[in-house]
Ligand binder design. Structure first.
Ligand SMILES: C[S@@+](CC[C@H](N)C(=O)[O-])C[C@H]1O[C@@H](n2cnc3c(N)ncnc32)[C@H](O)[C@@H]1O
Length: 329
């Protein structure tokens, strides 16, 4: 185990505080944003490439096949603009839009914001190679904190992207907080594109969170490995099972790590060992699925109106473009 007196970074302190609070609660939970360390980023790439994870393919199809229409909806009259992206990840889908914007001579400035320094470094290297003329300014940080700090000048011509159904990782209240937070920065001609994963055959959804190659399992269990690595804990990872469930009524896919036995986990800095009863669940992720009424409900409560929507051929995923309802205020 790590020596508790070892100096630790602010990020590690924040991670430890979150883990200790989440494991002290009932039910136990840890936010999915901690999935993304270097190992988690690599595992997520494998998930995105897997046959069972339809989410990335569906949104990639939209942004690849409907690029001009998406761009026209985003530019909305601006000749030049900044493109902000919350939780950009590897930016693979965004590159379709950026490439076309450059071809149209629009000279956009791309501002990816992501909690993972590692993924931003990789994105920067890929863009330098693939889109060498692109102007690029990354920001590492948590997106709520970035919004709070002020990620943009409200008078700047801009579009904001929130792809990959990242919004589905937030419950309704937090999703509204995020949409409202971004809406504050939108001028009358600015647009905000959000990717929503739609309700569909429950078996298809469940497979995406429990793929046959086991990448989602590894991805969830990596959270326990990360706690061991970074906080010096002693989770016996073999004694937890990855257990995703989907409730077609609420549209919520939930992921759990279930303890297979009575066990104690020691985390330096915790007042006492963390006890897991046999079959007790640790909640790790929510992935909300939406229908039209749910998307409209979010818009109404966030001061946004829908200006355009783009859906893939199978009807699995929709990229919705929003504007502020009250741009004059
Ligand atoms: C599910 S991946 C999706 C990536 C990309 N948007 C896409 O569609 O492929 C989520 C990304 O958001 C980042 N992320 C997750 N939670 C975050 C948070 N609270 N603040 C900032 N970034 C976050 C992760 O590091 C990861 O790169």
């Amino acid at each position: 185990m790590k020596d508790i007196l070892e100096p630790i970074s602010a990020a590690t302190k924040e991670f430890r505080a979150h883990v200790l609070a989440g494991l002290a609660g009932t039910p136990k939970k840890i936010s999915s944003r901690y999935f993304y360390d270097a190992a988690g980023d690599k595992l997520f790439q494998r998930i995105m490439a897997s046959e069972d994870y339809y989410v990335t393919r569906a949104e990639d199809e939209i942004l690849r096949d409907q690029t001009d229409a998406v761009l026209a909806a985003l530019f909305n009259g601006h000749q030049r603009f900044s493109l902000f992206e919350l939780g950009a990840g590897d930016g693979a889908k965004t590159k379709h839009v950026l490439r076309r914007a450059l071809e149209q001579g629009r000279d956009p400035v791309y501002h990816p914001i992501d909690i993972s320094r590692h993924v931003l470094d990789q994105l920067g290297q890929a863009l330098k190679k693939e889109l060498p003329t692109l102007r690029y300014q990354a920001e590492q940080g948590e997106y709520f904190e970035a919004i709070e700090r002020g990620f943009s000048d409200p008078s700047e011509a801009k579009a904001v992207l929130f792809l990959g159904s990242n919004i589905g990782n937030l419950d309704r209240a937090r999703a509204i907080d995020l949409l409202k937070g971004v809406a504050r920065y939108l001028g009358p001609n600015d647009r905000f594109l959000v990717g929503f994963d739609r309700k569909k055959d429950p078996a298809t959804i469940l497979r995406a969170y429990n793929d046959s190659e086991g990448h989602t399992r590894e991805f969830n269990l990596n959270l326990l490995h990360r706690i061991n690595r970074e906080l010096g804990a002693d989770f016996n990872v073999e004694q937890f099972i990855h257990t995703p469930v989907y409730d077609p009524s609420s549209g919520r896919a939930l992921s759990y790590l279930v303890s297979t036995c009575d066990q104690d986990v020691h985390i330096p800095g915790a007042e006492a060992p963390v006890h897991f009863n046999a079959w007790e669940a640790l909640h790790t992720e929510i992935s909300q699925k939406y229908d039209n009424a749910m998307i409209e409900d979010l818009a109404t409560h966030s001061g946004l109106r829908i200006t355009a929507q783009f859906t893939d051929g199978k009807g699995y995923f929709t990229d919705v473009v929003f504007a502020r309802t009250d741009p004059e205020r």
